[in-house]
Write a protein that binds this ligand. Structure first.
Ligand SMILES: *[C@@H]1O[C@H](CO)[C@@H](O)[C@H](O)[C@H]1NC(C)=O
Ligand SMILES: *[C@@H]1O[C@H](CO)[C@@H](O)[C@H](O)[C@H]1NC(C)=O
Ligand SMILES: *[C@@H]1O[C@H](CO)[C@@H](O)[C@H](O)[C@H]1NC(C)=O
Length: 302
């Protein structure tokens, strides 16, 4: 009897330990939801010139027929694998609490942030055209990382405060269910919009976004979105935009334990949509420049 009781106690202890460890190592969400990333990549894909479209098709696994959006979420899937643990800090930027500024040398020590990562993978891909690619680098992976991180740097809460991990530790309610501030920007707003306005149809959603920059509300802004001298210096601008939005719209008026509903959704949804559109337009601009298409004008979505 005693032995059995001992064994039971031991296994109970093991169970507690297991659950404890499992919850410690549970990944905290970071990054647009899969819907946000897929949309960024779909928008970009429709804006690629022939050279970039060809290079993308070459670099992707052949069964994908050049469909970049199919693998845009890959960096989120592998970030906790041992082999790819170095990529985990590359999805975001932690800035000092309440500062509402971004400073590369202060916030991206050893280039380990989403801005540094975009520059890193852009530089690797720039060798593709010259045929001087460094054999250490896998350019398929570089393409997937660049495409993913271009989405992330546009998610305002990815350039957030250090102590709350970009809103991850600010627990609150989104309408009736539990969530946190980071997740509201990653996914909740997108899912609510998809349900309320697009009948959960990604294609309808995509058409609406594309319509708004080809001849809708953002038409006049697109040139300035793409404005960028040396592409390696541009992610700096995108990060600065994000922390500004995070302060002005993300954190603003939100306290731990709050319940966010229509007021927050109605005022923030247009910002989320615009950031996804910008991420897509800029990803296309990067890929077109990297792979040798001129960036004169914007190819219209097909
Ligand atoms: C750049 O990418 C290489 C792998 O392709 C990686 O080893 C290196 O750590 C990366 N550096 C940054 C800052 O992302
Ligand atoms: C490059 O990376 C992809 C994805 O991890 C992998 O499937 C492929 O085999 C790699 N290619 C080379 C040449 O190592
Ligand atoms: C597109 O613009 C219309 C207003 O013309 C707006 O109602 C709609 O929400 C916008 N769509 C997106 C995805 O931003």
């Amino acid at each position: 009897m005693d032995r059995i009781r001992g064994l039971l106690k031991l296994s109970a202890l093991a169970f507690v330990l297991f659950v404890g460890l499992a919850s410690i190592s549970l990944p905290r969400a970071r990054g647009w939801s899969k819907e946000g990333h897929i949309m960024t990549c779909r928008i970009a894909q429709n804006l690629l010139g022939p050279e970039a479209a060809h290079a993308v098709e070459n670099l992707l696994p052949h069964d994908l027929n050049g469909d970049l959006s199919a693998l845009c979420t890959w960096p989120d899937q592998i970030r906790h694998w041992y082999r790819y643990r170095w990529t985990s800090p590359l999805h975001f930027i932690d800035t000092p609490d309440k500062a509402c500024t971004f400073d590369y040398s202060r916030d991206c020590v050893k280039d380990a942030c989403v801005d540094g990562a975009i520059q890193n993978f852009t530089s690797q891909l720039l060798h593709y055209r010259e045929g001087t690619a460094d054999r250490r680098y896998n350019l398929t992976e570089a393409l997937l990382f660049l495409s993913h991180f271009m989405g992330d740097i546009h998610q305002p809460m990815h350039v957030g405060f250090t102590s709350d991990e970009g809103g991850n530790t600010i627990d609150l309610r989104w309408y009736r269910h539990k969530s946190n501030l980071h997740h509201v920007w990653d996914r909740e707003i997108i899912l609510t919009a998809l349900k309320d306005f697009y009948d959960k149809d990604m294609d309808l959603w995509q058409k609406d976004i594309e319509g708004n920059f080809t001849d809708g509300i953002w038409f006049d802004d697109v040139a300035s979105w793409k404005d960028c001298g040396d592409i390696l210096s541009c992610p700096d601008k995108y990060a600065k935009e994000s922390i500004n939005i995070a302060c002005k719209w993300g954190y603003k008026g939100v306290k731990e334990g709050a319940t966010l509903t229509d007021d927050y959704f109605d005022s923030r949804m247009p910002i989320v949509m615009k950031r996804i559109a910008q991420g897509g337009v800029r990803l296309a601009m990067f890929l077109n420049q990297i792979f040798g298409d001129t960036e004169e004008g914007l190819a219209s979505p097909t």
